[in-house]
Design a binder for this molecule. Structure first.
Ligand code: PMT
Length: 400
């Protein structure tokens, strides 16, 4: 289940080379549970045929304002009613200009004018067209009129030039759409978090680490971002891509993680420690590969990043995690109290470490709140909702 599940989306495809990416977007939207209805302009049909979109969406494709399939001849009205959003991807300079000036000379522009739902536009054009003062004015006006402009990105263009104007990739557009429908529970908040394992070097090839995959922390970073927060994710070594819109700072050791957290803290409203930080590190990392004969390893404790952040006089709202192999309630609540945390997420290692799913219990001053086993993306959303509730309660208390 995603925020797009059951949503009716009208996808307008206009005449740009990036129209081929719209086919993949239709597939991704369908996979996310959306009901997609494609409106193809005459220009768009030059690049991709209606058959492709019909096959991928499982719905008829619309192009004609006078389509005889619509009994009342009101395709421009019927298509928008009951629709959750119109997305135009690619959005050419031409269609953007028409939208801004209220020109309604084909089905897509007419239904945009007649719409009652939000409009998202993903521009796609040559860099010079994007920079042209007319386009700059039109984009500003489009946003002022309430449309959401997503992208474009910079990069290589179909014309052989390089610059701003590439349409966002289908998976990026999908992420924008999911975020668009997400309640903005953390709008205006800055969240700093840690995720993944740390790696404590013994020598140039060996080290102490653990099997944290980073999946829980990355899912939570994405959920915070979708909820409108500015997110800085300080990450130990993982093979995961940074969630869209999240600032990731890559680190290796616990000491590096602490430095990166401290650097990111100014202005933070929330700190979340999801990382499985090594409690100890070798006293010193050998410059050269350690030989079999010198097998001794002296360890020294690492700083407890979460405890240090929570103890600061200007501490943000701190959320801890605890992974235990038994007696979860006792150990998790013990950690929450020892570090004076308003909220802690407890999970059993056998439930959460490395897997795609997790089963967590949320602990706060009001007690324990068990959650059902679910994909980490869903668990992350629950954590965000609980966190937002506690932040709201704290704000109310402070306002009294
Ligand atoms: O990465 P995944 O494969 O998705 O797995 C997710 C997870 C199981 C790692 C995650 O859900 C989790 O439980 N993370 C906390 C791991 C843990 O047991 O931490 P801890 O009990 O050692 O520490 C308690 C808290 O203090 C944690 O918030 C930890 O980030 C923080 N800590 C601990 C030690 C340290 N030196 N610095 C810290 O900040």
């Amino acid at each position: 289940m995603s925020e797009l599940s059951g949503r009716r989306i009208v996808l307008g495809v206009t005449g740009g080379v990036a129209a081929y990416k719209a086919a993949e977007l239709v597939r991704l939207l369908g996979k996310a549970g959306a009901d997609v209805h494609v409106v193809l302009t005459a220009g768009g049909a030059r690049f991709v045929t209606p058959v492709t979109f019909q096959a991928l969406s499982g719905n008829p494709v619309w192009s004609d304002l006078w389509d005889p399939r619509v009994e009342n001849n009101m395709a421009h009205i019927d298509l928008t009613r009951g629709t959750d959003a119109i997305v135009i991807a690619p959005g050419t300079a031409d269609v953007i200009a028409k939208l801004v000036h209220g020109i309604a000379d084909d089905l897509l522009t007419t239904l945009c004018l007649a719409r009652e739902c939000p409009l998202l536009v993903a521009p796609a054009m040559n860099r010079q067209m994007w920079e042209h003062p007319a386009t700059r004015r039109n984009i500003a006006q489009l946003a002022a009129d309430g449309a959401t402009v997503v992208g474009p990105a910079a990069g290589d263009q179909a014309c052989g030039e390089t610059g701003m104007g590439r349409m966002l990739e289908p998976d990026e557009l999908l992420e924008h759409l999911i975020a668009f429908f997400q309640p903005k529970l953390l709008a205006g908040r800055k969240v700093v978090m840690t995720a993944g394992p740390t790696f404590e070097a013994i020598d140039p090839v060996r080290g102490i680490t653990n099997t944290s995959s980073g999946k829980m922390g990355y899912a939570l970073a994405q959920a915070c971002r979708r909820a409108g927060a500015e997110v800085v994710l300080v990450s130990g070594p993982t093979g995961l891509p940074a969630p869209l819109g999240v600032e990731r700072v890559d680190v290796c050791s616990a000491l590096q993680m602490r430095d990166a957290v401290v650097a990111a803290l100014p202005g933070a409203d929330v700190f979340i420690g999801v990382a499985a930080v090594a409690d100890y590190r070798p006293l010193s990392a050998a410059e050269h590969k350690v030989k079999k004969s010198s097998a001794e390893l002296t360890l020294t404790p690492n700083p407890d990043i979460l405890a240090e952040v929570a103890a600061r006089p200007d501490a943000p709202f701190c959320v801890g995690f605890a992974a235990e192999s038994r007696e979860l309630d006792a150990y998790a609540e013990g950690k929450r109290r020892a570090k004076r945390l308003p909220m802690l997420v407890g999970n059993l290692v056998q439930d959460g470490l490395g897997s795609d799913d997790n089963q967590v219990i949320l602990y706060d001053d009001a007690g324990r709140h068990p959650q059902p086993r679910a994909p980490k993306t869903v668990v992350a959303q629950k954590i965000v909702e609980h966190l937002a509730g506690l932040l709201a309660m704290r704000a109310t208390r402070l306002a009294r």
